[in-house]
Design a protein around this ligand. Structure first.
Ligand code: WQD
Length: 336
């Protein structure tokens, strides 16, 4: 089997992508420092795919340790998830985010330089668009300055990769995720928000599970149909599949330029209130929430124009908001 290095492979998106990689016939090799995940996720992945991937618990800032991995394996590709991802934490501790997210990326790329691995998939984010002028957002939209250090590490990361790829004649695909939600249908893996969740859906499920007292809806005065902000909520397993399609494209040399960029979303926007109401309907629970002020840095609306990913990758997000929220709730209940 062709080996694929997955950095951050025990994290939320990473673990779901490891499952899809194996099902596609690749051998995933995982690197994770467990700063935002737990080792039992490796066992859960093993239960799902009936195969225990090679796992290295290392921090990508440890260049010697990372070099050893590249010396031990020949990778057909590298999928780079490893990064801190809390918008609010990045505002409180910007240097931690620049050091970790950019340092890890640079170390990984510098080892790619002298290896036979030529294919690099990067976990980017729609946050690089900021408050887009036009909706849906396509890949040619003007990149506005992200409003958080987290978002800046994504846009700077894209620049670093672009310069690297050009100089060393490698190939990369940048996947700009919209809002990943849900959990694997097996109920064995999902989003492990360690601490108070930042994101909407884990906060909803923890409120419904009485772990949190109430959900605060940040803003009821946006210029949208119901006053709450709009996002493109994509099921995590659909997002994971997009990585496989992107990797196949590079391995099969179907890419037309050294670096390609794709928005990965459903192409549909849902408001916070719609997500809440859909969750209540799907789970037959009543959510305790109230409206409060907008959260600084939030944009009014962001949802993808998903045509390019469909045309070039053959990617289409098939899972509905209802189905994705059901998997999130089932996962929450399994954590009890
Ligand atoms: C969604 C909507 C909030 C929590 C960020 C990053 C993105 C990606 C996902 C990492 C917004 C509202 C939220 C709550 C609320 N990164 N909300 N109450 O901010 O769109 O995207 O996370 O995975 O790169 O930018 O996602 O889930 O935080 O917020 O009302 O308790 O839900 O205001 O409108 P966001 P989110």
């Amino acid at each position: 089997m062709q080996k694929v290095l997955v950095t951050g492979g025990l994290g939320y998106i990473g673990s779901h992508t490891v499952v899809e990689l194996y099902l596609e016939g690749y051998e995933p090799v995982i690197v994770d420092d467990l700063s935002n995940s737990e080792l039992f996720i490796l066992d859960r992945i093993g239960e799902i795919i009936k195969f225990k991937p090679t796992f290295y618990q290392i921090n990508l800032l440890d260049e010697v340790a990372v070099a050893k991995i590249f010396a031990e394996h020949m990778f057909a590709g590298v999928i780079h998830f490893a990064a801190f991802k809390s918008v609010s934490e990045s505002v409180q501790n910007p240097l931690l985010y620049y050091k970790n997210n950019l340092g890890s990326l640079i170390n990984t790329l510098s080892l790619l330089e002298n290896s036979n691995s030529n294919n690099f998939i990067f976990s980017s984010s729609c946050t690089v668009y900021g408050e887009a002028d036009n909706l849906p957002i396509n890949e040619n939209a003007l990149l506005k300055k992200p409003t958080s250090p987290y978002g800046k590490t994504k846009s700077m990361g894209e620049e670093i990769i672009s310069d690297f790829i050009t100089t060393y004649n490698k190939n990369a695909i940048l996947l700009r995720y919209f809002n990943p939600i849900g959990a694997h249908k097996s109920g064995k893996i999902g989003e492990l928000p360690l601490g108070v969740p930042n994101n909407l859906v884990p906060f909803i499920t923890q409120t419904a599970a009485r772990i949190r007292k109430e959900l605060l809806v940040y803003g009821k005065d946006y210029p949208t149909k119901d006053g709450t902000a709009i996002r493109d909520y994509i099921y995590v397993c659909d997002l994971a599949k997009a990585h496989i399609l992107a990797l196949n494209r590079l391995i099969n040399k179907k890419n037309t330029t050294n670096i390609e960029i794709y928005n990965i979303g459903t192409g549909k926007g849902n408001s916070v209130l719609e997500v809440i109401e859909t969750f209540e309907k799907v789970t037959k629970t009543k959510l305790n929430y109230r409206f409060t002020d907008r959260r600084s840095g939030d944009v009014t609306a962001a949802y993808a124009e998903a045509d390019l990913a469909k045309e070039n990758l053959g990617f289409e997000a098939k899972t509905t908001l209802e189905e994705a929220l059901k998997t999130a709730w089932d996962w929450q209940l399994s954590l009890k």
